[in-house]
Design a protein around this ligand. Structure first.
Ligand SMILES: C[S@@+](CC[C@H](N)C(=O)[O-])C[C@H]1O[C@@H](n2cnc3c(N)ncnc32)[C@H](O)[C@@H]1O
Length: 226
């Protein structure tokens, strides 16, 4: 199922679920179970912040981090972007690949955790991470991986639901301290980066799907200068 991105061979056919997933099996299993629970988890429409933020960008190579069921991936590919879509859930990837296939689009699929993927460094004109559920580690591996994938002159667009980082931990469930938030990526930026957007704003939410109740986004858009 996984495209061997290191070998540079694009694969758009996800026919075999027995694939070479790279990452923590428990992370994959947790997300697979969320997707299996619903025939369709998300709205099927592109995220509003992505649509707004890339309006002025020339299509190039884009990495869609945590692509889910592929609505952003398909939307980007339709607009001429050369998309690499990365996801831990094989269930979600199969759905995303089906949508791309139906639309006659070629996408490079990577079935991996962001930090385990053999992504070519500094090679994407746009790294888009829309509400990614990236687990935090002491070495800030996920934050660094997001930044490392951006080519000189390229953009990282990281969007998350506002306010979640300050929520109380739920018993037996969500603890914001476990996850990567835009402020943590912003904290790692040095002189090689220019902050173009770092703000909270009302969310332009796609209709329907889980997560539709979130009303505000945190949007971090940074450009790699060199
Ligand atoms: C809240 S969903 C967002 C999906 C999609 N970006 C969207 O906006 O519809 C988060 C996604 O991140 C994926 N994910 C979780 N941990 C990940 C990791 N370490 N690397 C890549 N994707 C991950 C999940 O499987 C899930 O599909």
């Amino acid at each position: 199922m996984t495209d061997d991105i290191a070998a540079g061979s694009p694969v758009s056919d996800l026919s075999s679920p027995a694939d070479a997933y790279v990452g923590d099996p428990s992370v994959r299993a947790e997300w697979d179970s969320r997707y299996i629970d619903r025939a369709q988890l998300w709205s099927g429409r592109p995220n509003g912040a992505l649509v707004a933020e890339i309006a002025g960008l020339t299509p190039g190579r884009v990495l869609d981090v945590g692509c889910g069921e592929g609505a952003d991936t398909v939307w980007l590919a339709r607009r001429g972007w050369e998309v690499t879509a990365l996801e831990v859930s094989g269930v979600a990837l199969e759905r995303a690949a089906g949508h791309a296939r139906d639309a006659g689009l070629t996408v490079r699929w990577v079935h991996a955790e962001l930090t385990g993927a053999a992504l070519p460094p500094a090679s994407f004109d746009l790294v888009s991470a829309q509400y990614p559920a990236l687990l935090r580690t002491p070495d800030a591996a996920a934050e660094r991986a997001l930044l490392a994938a951006v080519a000189p002159g390229g953009v990282l667009l990281l969007v998350h639901h506002a306010g979640m980082d300050t929520q109380e931990a739920h018993e037996g469930g969500f603890d914001p301290a476990d996850y990567v938030w835009p402020s943590m990526v912003a904290d790692l930026l040095d002189d090689d980066w220019e902050v173009e957007v770092d703000e909270r704003r009302p969310r332009v939410a796609p209709e329907g799907g889980a997560g539709a109740h979130h009303t505000d986004d945190m949007v971090l858009r940074v450009r790699r200068l060199r």
